[in-house]
Design a protein around this ligand. Structure first.
Ligand code: ZN
Length: 452
């Protein structure tokens, strides 16, 4: 299909000289990333989900001081787990609690203390070269009513599954490295109250100009079985927005003029995740969903998107609403409630592996190239791309696809030159440029903007 399209626009001769499929399954695999992927444990993930459920409810409005029940007990347990990881890593992982008082809001009747759990694994980059990769899950839960602070809200799938994945990623990834980029393992409350924990973190990050390259939220990644009994243990959905939530008027003008609505930073992130999964977790299909989130639903990536940070959402393939946001009960022979027996530890592990491969690839890769431009100083039948040096890059790769394709179909490796000229017109394809290190780790692709 790709070949046909390219041939029909007269590119067939060029394919032999410059292009390679960019499907990611090719190329040398990194042993460290393979090891990380292997070490993700379904049994530990299941243990975490069941432990979180054992706190009865993790509603954000629930008791914070009771030693065994409520969100406070759950938080203290998560922090203790992260502290153990920090100790066994010789202090590499830094664990902090970011507390704030949430004023009354739609689902918050009175001022309430919320606490984000922030575990940071510092990368080797320092100063203005630092980059942050954030992986998150929400540790709060809800039953039928979001403001029911006392009823059982097991929240096994939503979102003990995502929280367990973040804890497991912290445990496994801290044992490896060092990484160039800093990885933040984030667990937030208040998601069900209106994305409150993630909003606080994202606002604070924006205020301090934290250089966040990517944010993943893992929310409802626990079950491979849908409402009609359909089972799909080999697909995870990955939601990414097209037109950026934080787009400026000037950026919108450029986007409209070049047809850039399918090439936001979040979408390039989604493409990278799909490619690294093909390479390291081939049993999992990353199903790209080209929208910000599901109908009627939101997630913790949205506050990041609204502040201009690239962010995506992972969710299981087929949701079953009998096992989300429900009081635990039997009604007309149907069992309702978000209970651990409806989750699938092997599936959560597979989802965590997809996260791990992408995080490790990006954390080990050079920074994405900056100031990527496509030269428009005059009408030309060739295409010239330029960019700035990316520290640590051994070379660069120009990737492209037909405008009606959704993922990269071709790539051309360059050496350390900061410019490439391709013998065909920019009018008919969409380009990206990514940085590659000596071991083949690739950065996310950067979309060029017109330059003169
Ligand atoms: Zn959720």
């Amino acid at each position: 299909m790709h070949g046909t399209i390219l041939k029909s626009i007269g590119l067939s001769a060029i394919l032999f000289s410059v292009s390679l499929p960019a499907h990611g399954s090719e190329g040398k695999k990194d042993r460290v990333i393979q090891q990380i992927v292997r070490e993700i444990s379904p049994a530990r993930l299941d243990g975490t989900v069941r432990k979180l459920v054992s706190f009865g409810t993790r509603n954000t409005l629930s008791n914070q001081d009771d030693p065994t029940r409520g969100i406070g007990a759950a938080r203290r347990w998560l922090v203790s787990q992260l502290n153990e990881i920090a100790t066994s890593s010789g202090g590499k992982l830094k664990v902090e609690e970011q507390s704030f008082i949430q004023p009354p809001a739609a689902r918050v009747p009175g001022p309430t203390r919320l606490t984000n759990i922030v575990a940071t694994l510092p990368g080797t980059l320092t100063g203005d070269q630092q980059r942050y990769l954030i992986v998150s899950g929400h540790y709060d839960s809800m039953c039928t009513s979001p403001t029911d602070a006392v009823g059982d809200a097991p929240g096994a799938d939503d979102d003990a599954s995502g929280t367990a994945a973040v804890l497991e990623l912290a445990r496994v990834m801290t044992q490896h490295g060092p990484y160039r980029a800093t990885i933040v393992f984030l667990m937030v409350p208040g998601e069900e109250q209106g994305l409150l924990g993630s909003t606080h973190f994202a606002a604070d990050a924006a205020e301090h100009r934290l250089p966040i390259d990517s944010m993943f939220t893992n929310d409802i990644i626990g079950s491979s079985t849908g409402a009609h009994g359909e089972r799909d243990a080999h697909t995870i959905r990955l939601f990414s927005e097209g037109v950026p939530s934080a787009e400026t008027t000037a950026q919108a003008e450029v986007r409209r003029s070049i047809g850039g609505e399918n090439d936001s930073k979040s979408r390039q992130l989604a493409r990278l995740i799909q490619e690294t999964a093909r390479k390291y977790v081939p049993e999992m299909k990353v199903r790209l969903i080209y929208r910000r989130d599901r109908y009627l639903r939101g997630g913790d990536h949205i506050p990041f998107l609204e502040r201009g940070f690239p962010a995506v959402r992972f969710t299981e393939p087929n949701e079953d609403y009998r096992h989300q946001h429900q009081n635990v009960r039997d009604e007309n022979g149907i069992s309702y409630g978000d209970l651990p027996e409806y989750t699938d530890p092997e599936y959560i592990a597979a989802a965590a592996r997809v996260n791990a491969a992408a995080l490790a690839e990006m954390a080990l890769a050079p920074a994405p190239p900056s100031r990527v431009g496509i030269v428009v100083s005059g009408l030309a039948t060739d295409t010239t791309l330029t960019w700035r040096e990316s520290p640590g890059a051994a070379g660069y790769e120009v990737v492209w696809r037909d405008t009606a394709e959704s993922t990269w179909t071709h790539s051309k490796a360059t050496d350390k030159a900061l410019k490439a000229t391709l013998p065909f017109s920019k009018d008919n394809v969409i380009f990206g440029v990514r940085a590659v290190d000596a071991s083949g780790h690739r950065s996310v692709a950067v979309s060029p903007v017109p330059v003169r």
